[in-house]
Design a protein around this ligand. Structure first.
Ligand SMILES: Nc1ncnc2c1ncn2[C@@H]1O[C@H](COP(=O)(O)OP(=O)(O)O)[C@@H](O)[C@H]1O
Ligand code: SF4
Ligand SMILES: [Mg+2]
Length: 317
């Protein structure tokens, strides 16, 4: 049984101008011990998918799904209680995740105290040990610091240590390196890989950067306009992509393009989130679109554990 088992998830947010279909149909299976990348342009529903798993959708949002399970439990009922106990969040902006007026020692202690019944000295030792586990060289100094005294990369390590302190074994990392320098971001990815190997964690890695998929992930799912359109092992998705959107993402990757600014290079834009979509959402931008594409939902194409949705026959990919 996969740790995360999501089938046909949708999240709609009512607004005065009509429903925003933030997530239209996402299916996602994440096995224990893998780093599963979720990639797509801005606005494709990556963050909202993660927020739904965390039980943090906006007030009034409607969630529907055929299956929406974490470790066999229905997330529609259990997300609130699983968050912070089994599921942790690492967000894009570590500075915003930390309280600017409290020392790291106090913030680590608040988390450890909430989850573990330990005397004060043992909690302090645990805090130092968790900070050391994230590769921070001088945990005692970090504990005495305030967030602004730490670099972005150090802050992100503190956020990761806090997530570990809750005992969470599943982490949702939402663009965890976007706010960091390329080399510091690479170190944070290496840290997550090490923690997965050493502690048996499972990670949902949200990104708009194919390099992050290639560097850090075992499997990947591509989202387009709120739908999962392709999923599979990273080598298959990168080397033999099935969906024309995935191919366009990869083609938009000239080696010289600035890191992180790349997905903008596909011509056209994603459909507005309030519109209804009849056939394939990518049809207006797809170089291989056929008349059927705009009218009929595309069928699933399967190559082992590599799957995608497209009207093109499997051998065309
Ligand atoms: N609170 C909200 N109210 C209305 N629309 C929202 C809200 N949050 C996100 N959206 C919309 O939902 C869509 C998906 O957003 P998001 O999941 O943040 O995309 P991504 O993380 O892939 O960039 C976007 O069109 C976004 O504008
Ligand atoms: S279904 Fe048609 S429009 Fe959509 S990706 Fe496939 S070929 Fe392109
Ligand atoms: Mg996002």
């Amino acid at each position: 049984m996969p740790l995360i088992d999501i089938r046909d998830l949708s999240v709609s947010i009512p607004t005065p101008d009509g429903d925003v279909h933030a997530v239209r149909s996402v299916s996602l299976e994440i096995e224990r011990g893998e780093i599963h990348g979720v990639i797509g342009e801005s606005g494709c529903g990556k963050t909202m998918t993660g927020m739904a798993v965390l039980g943090l959708v906006p007030k009034g949002a409607r969630i529907t799904a055929e299956r929406f399970h974490f470790d066999g439990e229905d997330l529609r009922e259990k997300a609130q209680s699983l968050r912070g106990r089994h599921i942790g969040l690492i967000s894009q902006d570590p500075a915003a995740a930390l309280n600017p007026v409290l020392s790291i020692a106090r913030q680590m202690d608040d988390v450890i105290r909430a989850h573990r019944d330990l005397p004060r000295k043992a909690r302090r030792a645990e805090a130092a040990s968790l900070l050391a586990a994230t590769g921070l060289p001088d945990p005692e100094r970090v504990l005495k610091s305030y967030p602004h005294q730490l670099s972005g990369g150090m802050q992100q390590r503190v956020v990761i240590a806090q997530a570990l302190a809750t005992g969470a074994d599943f982490l949702i990392a939402d663009e965890p390196t976007t706010a960091l320098d390329v080399s510091v971001g690479a170190q944070v990815l290496a840290l997550l890989r090490r923690l997965v190997a050493e502690r048996g964690l499972t990670v949902l890695m949200i990104t708009h950067d194919m390099d992050v998929i290639a560097e850090a992930c075992d499997r990947a799912t591509v989202l387009y306009a709120g739908r999962s359109v392709e999923t599979g092992p990273v080598e298959a998705v990168l080397n033999r992509p099935g969906h024309p959107y995935t191919r366009a993402l990869l083609a938009a990757l000239p080696d010289a393009a600035p890191h992180g600014a790349r997905l903008a290079a596909i011509e056209g834009s994603i459909p507005p989130p309030r519109s209804a979509i009849a056939g394939c959402a990518f049809a207006p931008r797809c170089p291989q679109a056929m008349p059927v594409c705009a009218a009929e939902p595309p069928p699933e194409r399967v190559r082992g554990t590599h799957r995608w949705l497209c009207h093109l026959p499997e051998d065309a990919a």
